[in-house]
Design a protein around this ligand. Structure first.
Ligand SMILES: [Mg+2]
Length: 376
């Protein structure tokens, strides 16, 4: 594989409705679209949209890292995918978002060259076949209990069976009211997933998990601070509900520390934060060896990042909890159509690579600055 040209386009995607989290209220997702063109004319796509709450680089570091990473790739002699990925990991240790964008684009290119999907390329590393579809969770919107329930009822009618609620935003009383409204809206058979985004002190978390046990949650993501693995492990051991590490596992080193500390029942894999598909797949292997579950989510990424995460998810062995990849509809406009979702399942595209082509019109509409062109 030899890279002949790169284009880095800054974009901003507006959310239809703001999404409150314990870190911040998100109304816009800014990032960079990376196109890598190989010498034989294939195009590979990647995106980077760093979120500071996940220990990622800031926007300046990310865009500088993307440009310097692309320049180094363009100067390389033809070589294998893993050799290029080794270089990118060594060169950009402090820029996981930029690494992920380059990793996505290189996997896309390699898979197109081999005329197979990225999921098939990833699964083949384990001598396996990818799955054609994945169960995905629905992220409830709205702040008031009635709004949460209304958004969940709409999704229930569309066939979703796993519903995720952001909590730790207001008081515990308000969280309880929203969680109970959600459980009432979806019935007892559906799975209800909670995400506290590191909002609570250890004592607050203990109280919250005791109170929230009544809503029969499938799991709770990140009840305490990312670096407080001792508290995470204690909450897990208390068995009020399964505990998932998300912010704690947003870097590869962090994820391995969670596994060493037996601090979680489940690891949330965010390829966009972990530095790409290869790093996320490594974490999945370590989690499986420890008997720890995994599911895959995007970082509220563009359709490019969602496709990349979906290919990783499809390459992993099942059964697993539902993946958090039904986020495309949350944007007013995206860089490309998202993967097809029907009856609460995401269907991987059959086309080679990531299986998407951002349309020039959509990219133009989402652009928020001049693209940077780099030619070998
Ligand atoms: Mg989370």
């Amino acid at each position: 594989m030899r890279i002949a040209r790169a284009r880095i386009t800054p974009f901003a995607l507006r959310l239809r409705a703001p999404i409150p989290t314990a870190h911040e209220t998100l109304s816009l997702r800014r990032g960079w679209l990376l196109a890598l063109e190989s010498a034989d004319g294939h195009l590979g796509w990647g995106d980077a949209s760093p979120l500071l709450g996940f220990g990622m680089e800031d926007e300046k570091i990310c865009s500088d890292a993307l440009a310097s990473g692309a320049r180094v790739l363009l100067g390389r002699e033809p070589c294998e995918l893993d050799a290029l990925l080794d270089d990118v990991e060594a060169m950009l240790p402090e820029a996981p978002g930029a690494r992920a964008a380059i990793d996505f684009a290189l996997h896309d290119l390699r898979a197109r060259e081999e005329d197979r999907t990225v999921a098939s390329l990833l699964a083949a590393r384990r001598g396996d076949e990818p799955r054609p579809s994945l169960e995905v969770s629905f992220l409830c919107t709205g702040r008031a209990p009635g709004e949460v329930a209304a958004s969940a009822r709409q999704a229930l009618a569309l066939g979703y069976a796993t519903f995720k609620l952001k909590i730790g935003i207001d008081s515990l009383g308000a969280d309880l009211a929203r969680a109970h409204a959600l459980r009432e809206a979806i019935g007892s058979a559906a799975r209800l997933r909670l995400d506290a985004n590191a909002a609570w002190s250890p004592t607050q978390a203990e109280v919250a998990l005791r109170e929230l046990a009544a809503v029969d949650a499938e799991l709770i993501e990140q009840p305490v601070a990312a670096d407080d693995l001792a508290s995470l492990a204690r909450l897990r051991a208390a068995r009020r509900m399964p505990v998932a590490a998300d912010e704690s596992a947003s870097s590869e080193r962090g994820a391995l520390s969670v596994l060493e500390a037996d601090a979680a029942d489940v690891i949330v894999l965010k390829p966009g934060a972990l530095g790409g598909l290869r790093a996320a797949a490594r974490v999945a292997v370590c989690a499986s060896a420890k008997g720890c579950g995994v599911f895959v989510t995007s970082l509220l990424d563009s359709a490019v990042g969602v496709h990349a995460a979906a290919h990783l998810a499809a390459s992993l062995p099942g059964p697993r909890p539902a993946d958090g990849l039904a986020t495309g509809e949350l944007f007013e406009r995206d860089l490309a159509p998202g993967p097809r979702i029907a009856d609460g399942r995401l269907w991987l595209p059959d086309a080679p690579g990531l299986g998407l082509e951002p349309s020039p019109d959509a990219v133009k509409a989402c652009r928020c600055g001049e693209p940077l062109e780099i030619v070998a």
